[in-house]
Design a protein around this ligand. Structure first.
Ligand SMILES: Cc1ncc(COP(=O)(O)O)c(C=O)c1O
Length: 400
């Protein structure tokens, strides 16, 4: 009898965590490494939020809580959905979990039966397909292309839907491309979904607040009220409030689904960290002005990185609308050889050679389901970004 679960054979470890780990190891061994793999803001958690966490500890709010969140946080989440998305949810329709990741995981575990299909546009956040597989479902990948700025079309969505489709996972602005769907583009997708009442929408709005240059965020239930009863609107405090380590994510949707997710959570982590929940109350209810301040920094970095990468031989880098990633194509580098003798046969070979020969850690595109590309996270200092992009330019120029 094998010791390890057969389900585990279906999934792979997170490649983004693997890249960050390798970069850290090389750095610790004394190499000059610039890591562009991080999926978290380099800003500190705002002081008012930290203070709320400290106050919660001092007040003894350090015990188990309700499995899917304290009432005060659920109220703050309902207020946030009304304020930002014009969506009405009652606290009984809200679930809080240990990060956005656990919210998505709970929802998939609570709903997927063997061979249920889940439509995932590519490039996708690395965890979606593996979470679907862990929950026993079948990921159905729909590839977007550079020509459509990494966004899928209504025709593509229509073609991917079958009687077995249970969920459509939607992420805008996207990790890894930063692409954001406009109101019109998203309406075209929700029109398709209105024709298929068996399909539910899991929208991952984690990067809602990180948008630049006038881009206006929108979310499916807001655009198409007809989808309200089959949409799980997922979000979290990790990215907008620089709270990745606090591990708080949340979602709102129909009560029976929320109750099923509560059941999963009550038998896994019991509840999200009590102290973090109080910090998240402050994040959502407190001042929001530093989001705009941080976004000015992110926008400046985005513009610099896109400009510098487009100057690299063989690289085409579209301008994203949000998040803190760019996802350049390296089609023009394929088949070439680096000075170190590495043949660039795919984007993994490109990323490996770039790390070994120039000390720049990026995540290769095949990890996100669309190649040949790589992902740069610009959530790091301007100096590090400028240095890294210069090294990428040198590396690309040296390819023969
Ligand atoms: C698209 C997307 N969804 C969800 C998450 C998970 O967020 P959290 O750190 O709150 O679990 C991430 C984090 O990288 C993400 O990029």
């Amino acid at each position: 009898m094998p010791f390890l679960s057969a389900t585990l054979d279906r999934v792979k470890p997170s490649p983004t965590i693997a890249v960050s780990t390798k970069a850290r190891e090389l750095k610790a061994a004394g190499h000059d490494i610039i890591g562009l793999g991080a999926g978290e803001p380099d800003f500190d958690t705002p002081q008012n939020i930290k203070d709320a966490g400290i106050a919660a500890i001092a007040a003894g709010k350090t015990k188990y809580t309700a499995p899917d969140g304290i009432p005060e946080l659920k109220d703050a989440i309902c207020a946030k959905f009304k304020r930002d998305n014009n969506l009405d949810y009652a606290p009984s329709q809200v679930s809080v979990a240990t990060g956005g990741k656990q919210i998505l995981y709970n929802a998939l575990m609570a709903t997927l039966n063997p061979r249920d299909e889940v439509i995932i546009p590519a490039p996708y956040w690395v965890s979606y397909p593996d979470m679907v597989l862990l929950a026993g479902g079948e990921p159905v990948i729909v590839e977007a292309s550079l020509d459509t700025s990494f966004k899928i079309t209504a025709d593509q969505l229509e073609a991917a839907i079958t009687p077995k489709t249970k969920w459509f996972i939607f992420n805008s602005p996207s990790n890894p491309t930063g692409a954001g769907y406009t109101w019109g583009e998203l309406k075209a997708l929700t029109d398709v979904l209105m024709r298929h009442p068996q399909v539910w929408v899991m929208t991952d709005d984690m990067y809602e607040h990180l948008v630049y240059g006038g881009f206006e965020f929108c979310t499916p239930a807001q655009i198409e009220p007809g989808l309200y009863d089959r949409t799980l609107t997922c979000n979290g405090v990790s990215k907008a409030y620089a709270m990745t380590g606090w591990r708080i994510g949340y979602a709102a949707g129909p009560e029976p689904l929320i109750a099923a997710m509560r059941k999963v959570q009550s038998q896994s982590t019991s509840n999200p960290c009590s102290v973090s929940q109080w910090a998240a109350v402050e994040a959502l209810n407190g001042p929001q002005d530093y989001i705009a301040t941080n976004n000015e920094v992110f926008k400046r970095r985005r513009d610099m990185v896109v400009d510098m990468l487009n100057q690299a031989d063989g690289v085409t880098c579209p301008m994203p609308d949000g998040a803190f990633y760019v996802y350049p194509s390296i089609a023009g580098c394929m088949g070439k050889t680096s000075p170190g003798g590495n043949v660039i046969k795919d984007d993994e070979a490109f990323a490996t050679a770039l790390l070994e020969e120039k000390g720049v850690a990026v995540v290769f595109g095949s990890a996100f389901g669309l190649s040949p590309n790589f992902r740069v996270s610009y959530a790091t200092s301007d100096d590090a970004l400028s240095d890294a992009c210069t090294r990428i330019q040198d590396f690309c120029a040296s390819l023969q």
